[in-house]
Design a protein around this ligand. Structure first.
Ligand SMILES: Cc1cc2nc3c(=O)[nH]c(=O)nc-3n(C[C@H](O)[C@H](O)[C@H](O)COP(=O)(O)OP(=O)(O)OC[C@H]3O[C@@H](n4cnc5c(N)ncnc54)[C@H](O)[C@@H]3O)c2cc1C
Length: 400
């Protein structure tokens, strides 16, 4: 009998961890040749995206934030360094660069894409640190050349890593101050939300700190277009902001393959059950991380925890245990506030983030994560996270 095939699309945070977890949960079945785990990814390199913050605002070298994908995967995972061009759910088939492959289970972990091109004038007028390491490097160069004037940090939604635009504003302020140019620079932060941060308890921490550091806050600012010649950004609400340097978090969309396969909504987010991570309408397809339409932050932490839940559910279904694993919606995103201080935005589906005091300890924990990330992808640190936070799921027994 030929082995069952579990295919994963996307070798980012969620897909890499999930593939490693699956071969471990199904180790006996993999060893006996009853099941194979295949991972398709379009890039040979795996980038630690939070490193873009260090590249853009601290001038860090990009090489330290990337590794070969093959080196991060358990050797029992079959790696295909191929982009999947289309998914045919009805026929359980994936079309990729060098052919077609069928699956018994499919996990979509295709992430999200920053799209400065979808707002008129934005791409040609701005710098950003969400479209990759090169653009993060260009942001650092632009900041290094800057001699004074108006800097606008412009947020567009939806986007991954909710803390990242606020972090950008604080880190730019710190950089400019430490370079001795603070009196020559006006820094503004514009956001579509009604507060500086979407979670009110975190906004209560961020807003007084913005005031104290002289960062002007513009809320309910939904970018309409940017005029590159006039160096002005206009909002749908009728406001305009002048800039000498525009740094943006562009709006995000789902991956191209989602649009080509007609699997998502108008922005390319895939309908997903927020507890089981099952694709809505399929028994054999799961979706994790930024790719889902779940109203939860698009972050590495969420991709990590959803990968654990989906891996448990695929393994449980395959083995017929009758157990269903349900994600609690736990998030825990660090938010840097400059001057070596951070808070953690922690919540579950039932409990919103609470107000907290910025601390050096949380900042150090955030910085330390860059070095444990690569081990975390191998699934080796889950017991440590479980000890600290508890399991990210509840288990339902649905047998009989
Ligand atoms: C500047 C910045 C800072 C951040 N900081 C944090 C942080 O501090 N904490 C945090 O939790 N999160 C942070 N994030 C967010 C985090 O990086 C993402 O949310 C996380 O990577 C999402 O994981 P994912 O697996 O869903 O998608 P990704 O990690 O983006 O992986 C998707 C993968 O799918 C591949 N792919 C897409 N389409 C195809 C296809 N057709 N065929 C084959 N492969 C395909 C892509 O190439 C990619 O490798 C940050 C992001 C940025 C940009």
């Amino acid at each position: 009998m030929s082995p069952k095939r579990i295919s994963v699309i996307g070798g980012g945070t969620g897909g890499t961890l999930l593939a490693n977890k699956l071969v471990s949960l199904l180790k006996g079945e993999v060893a006996r040749g009853e099941v194979e785990v295949h991972l398709f990814t379009e890039s040979t390199e795996h980038v630690f995206s939070p490193g873009n913050i260090d590249i853009a605002f601290r001038g860090a070298r990009p090489e330290s934030f990337r590794r070969r994908e093959g080196a991060l995967l358990d050797r029992r995972v079959v790696l295909h360094e191929n982009a999947v061009s289309r998914v045919d759910l009805a026929n359980r088939a994936l079309f990729h660069d060098s052919g077609v492959i069928n699956y018994d289970y499919l996990v979509l972990a295709t992430g999200s894409v920053a799209r400065p091109d979808i707002i008129p004038g934005l791409k040609e007028s701005s710098y950003n640190f969400h479209t990759g390491q090169e653009d993060a490097g260009r942001t650092w160069e632009a900041l290094s050349r800057f001699v004074g004037g108006r800097i606008v940090v412009l947020t567009n939604i939806p986007h991954k890593c909710p803390p990242s635009p606020v972090e950008a504003a604080f880190l730019i302020e710190e950089l400019i101050r430490k370079r001795g140019m603070r009196d020559r620079v006006e820094i503004s932060y514009a956001t579509p939300y009604t507060r500086a941060y979407p979670a009110p308890a975190i906004a209560e921490v961020v807003e007084p700190m913005m005031e104290e550091r002289g960062i002007r806050l513009y809320t309910m600012f939904n970018t309409d277009y940017v005029d590159p010649k006039a160096k002005k950004v206009y909002s749908i609400e009728g406001e305009e902001l002048e800039f000498d340097l525009l740094i943006t978090v562009p709006p995000h969309r789902g991956a191209d393959v989602v649009f080509r396969s007609e699997m998502g909504d108008s922005e390319g987010w895939i309908p997903t059950d927020k507890e089981t991570m099952r694709h809505e309408g399929s028994d054999d397809v799961y979706v994790i991380g930024d790719a889902t339409n779940i109203p939860i932050s698009k972050s590495g932490v969420v991709a990590h925890l959803e990968a654990i839940v989906a891996a448990e559910n695929v393994a449980s279904d395959f083995l017929g245990t009758g157990k269903v694993y349900c994600y609690t919606g736990r998030i825990n995103c660090p938010l840097e506030l400059g001057d070596s201080r951070a808070v953690f935005v922690s919540a579950t589906y039932e409990k919103p983030p609470a107000r907290q005091r910025p601390s050096v300890a949380k900042y150090l924990m955030k910085r330390a994560f860059a070095s444990v990330y690569w081990e975390m992808l191998k699934g080796r640190l889950d017991h440590v996270f479980d000890l600290y936070f508890g399991k990210p799921y509840r288990v339902k027994n649905v047998a009989n």
